[in-house]
Design a protein around this ligand. Sequence first.
Ligand code: DAH
Length: 415
Amino acid sequence: MPSDNQHARALDDAYENVSPSERYKAEGAPSAARHEPMYTVPKLEDYSPAALDGVMQDAQRAFDSEKTQALDEAQDPNLGQLERANAIKSFRDRWVARRNGILAQITSGWLTSAPAQAKRDVGQRVNRLVAVVAAGVEEAERAANLAFFSLPSLQRLDITLPGVQRPIGVKHPVLRVQDEIVAVFKAMGYSVGEGPEVETDYYNFESLNFPPNHPARDTQDTLFIAGQESKPARDRLLLRTHTSPVQIRTMEKQSPPVRIVIPGKVHRNDPLDATHSPVFHQVEGLAVDTNITFCDLKGTLDHAMKALFGSSVKTRFYPSFFPFTEPSADMQVSCIFCGGKGCRKCKFSGWIELLGCGMVDPNVFEFVKHNGYDSSKISGFAFGMGVERITLLKYEVEEIQLFYEGDVRFLEQFA
Ligand code: DAH
């Protein structure tokens, strides 16, 4: 008994011996059933016009029938979108692919190897076939496209295709805390302002009561923009060292009362270490009105710290110095790690220094007195806090650099 393999080979051989036209006659045009025996380019032995017409007809008939089949598949609702698109593409490639498409095979197999006297006959017919095939492929593509785009959009959508994943990211921890701080003050009725990062000497220092050459300037060394020697000192541009200049900018625009917080980026000529960065963020606060006292400052900041760190946090105010406030204080919170008992983080003091604050110095009001800031009638408090510092504490992060390196493994922990 012949093996299955032998049997299959015998069938194939039988098939090869039947001319394509006979094959189509026997089978009828290929039906919706896929995997029809496909047309193969026969070898030419007879170059008579009649024989040439015959093989050309076979080729064209095969082409027409494959075109119909490809179009059927391209519109078959039981197939996936990709399969439908592929039906036309593989039909096209099969016929017109430059390398081994049927047209290429016909040209090389029939035309190139034709005897000299038959070249003309073959050439004319091949050219006609090429034109028919090119037009037919184009028509099939157009019809398939038309059919596709006239489908209701839901059917054009292949919901079985895997989706494209776009990680949307999360807010950076520093900006998140900055927003949180701002939100705490907004809830108390503060408005929110901003100011320029490239600032003049006047706003950054002079109007905040840092006179030229005053030693307090040394505590906030920064970068000056080059080539400004011809300008008066107060107009020279620098990268702002704090958000406090926006206090003056705000008071120039707005008469009292004022309650405002100002988040933003600031710059210092500070070397990078575990807790310092030459670029960092601050949130500034300013409240000016009649009868504002140090009690208001204490109550406001105490409330804000409880909102940020939890209601068990305590605050205390320690005498300090800033040129633009008098009196000035450093505000400390009870250590959020040990609750005030004393640990390594608070250097066993139970307290952590968090921000600078004070009552607005009358000298500062002098710069804006034309706008209603008469220090005999109004008073105010101000404060400024480092956002990174609060973020480091809140999330127990040990290295400030982690905020700037953009390492997703770090950042995704805040998702
Ligand atoms: N600007 C100060 C700094 O960057 C912080 C500061 C202290 C701001 C006291 C204030 C304040 O508004 O009243 O070091």
